[in-house]
Design a binder for this molecule. Structure first.
Ligand SMILES: C[S@@+](CC[C@H](N)C(=O)[O-])C[C@H]1O[C@@H](n2cnc3c(N)ncnc32)[C@H](O)[C@@H]1O
Length: 264
């Protein structure tokens, strides 16, 4: 079995659990709440009437939340269960959205439309073996002058959770659970790849994305370690040797010229 089949199978199982969780609060979303956090809402800014591609959209809560902000949205994810549920939420909310079921590397190899914004967030890149190809796809999907925006768990967060800070060609393989509160008995195989900050930044630069903004945050919107302290609502801090750990980073960049597949 390839890593894609193993990981897709894992995400199909997780999706069913996540959809029923308090963590994702589908009911709140259906009642009008946004699943987006202040960080991405404030840093990405006005998306009204802009075309937005959401890579690894899971079951579409964030994608549809961007639609509520006025964006013309497309979400891509390789989990057929997630895309099925995204279509259900689209129907329930009567929001306009396009959802495609594809591995992002396959999606990147196809001829596709260009977007004003490419967005990805929280727990996306650790499932991807090749960050340079990921960055190339982002650049290929953007219009000239289009915006790339990501907010992601800091590799320090992952280091603290027991993974390597530095990138590795061989994946970590584990029998793991999932992060929602309703998943006590769940365990399934999964492959992950660590990526350092320099790997992320260098891959984007190599792909022709001009980085305009880079931020690191000493808090997370998710209470994902036992010893976290919620200093403000929705901001969970973690100390190591009495110092705050960096838990998130965000990058905003622009594609300033057309890239050819052979190089920039
Ligand atoms: C943690 S979730 C996305 C995070 C999102 N912020 C959320 O919580 O809704 C990661 C997503 O990546 C998707 N995924 C993992 N590997 C992928 C791949 N190679 N191609 C497309 N989607 C992938 C999974 O199916 C899952 O929906």
């Amino acid at each position: 079995m390839t890593y894609i089949n193993t990981n897709r199978n894992n995400w199909n199982q997780r999706t069913k659990i996540h959809f029923r969780s308090k963590f994702y609060d589908v009911e709140g979303f259906l009642n009008g709440a946004s699943s987006l956090n202040n960080i991405e809402l404030s840093e990405l800014g006005n998306v009204k009437d802009k075309t937005l591609l959401h890579l690894q959209c899971h079951f579409g809560l964030d994608t549809l939340s961007w639609a509520r902000e006025g964006a013309i949205v497309t979400g891509v994810d390789f989990s057929d269960e997630a895309i099925r549920k995204a279509h259900y939420l689209k129907t329930e909310t009567r929001l306009d959205a396009r959802f495609l079921c594809a591995d992002i590397y396959d999606y990147g190899r196809e001829i596709h439309s260009k977007f004003d914004i490419v967005f990805t967030s929280y727990g996306a890149i650790c499932w991807l073996p090749d960050l340079q190809e990921w960055a190339n796809i982002i650049a290929d999907c953007l219009e000239t002058n289009g915006t790339f925006y990501m907010v992601e768990f800091h590799p320090f967060n992952d280091l603290f959770a027991g993974y390597s800070y530095f990138g590795k060609t061989e994946p970590d393989f584990e029998e793991d659970g999932t992060y929602t509160e309703n998943s006590e008995n769940f365990k399934s195989s999964i492959y992950t790849w660590p990526h350092s900050l320099s790997d992320v930044i260098t891959s984007l630069i190599n792909a022709g994305i001009e980085i305009r903004q880079f931020n690191e945050f000493p808090y997370s919107p998710y209470n994902c370690f036992d010893q976290m302290e919620e200093k403000e609502p929705g901001k969970f801090y973690l100390k190591h040797n009495n110092q705050d750990l960096p838990l998130l980073f965000s990058i905003k960049g622009t594609k300033s010229h057309n890239r050819t597949r052979a190089g920039i």
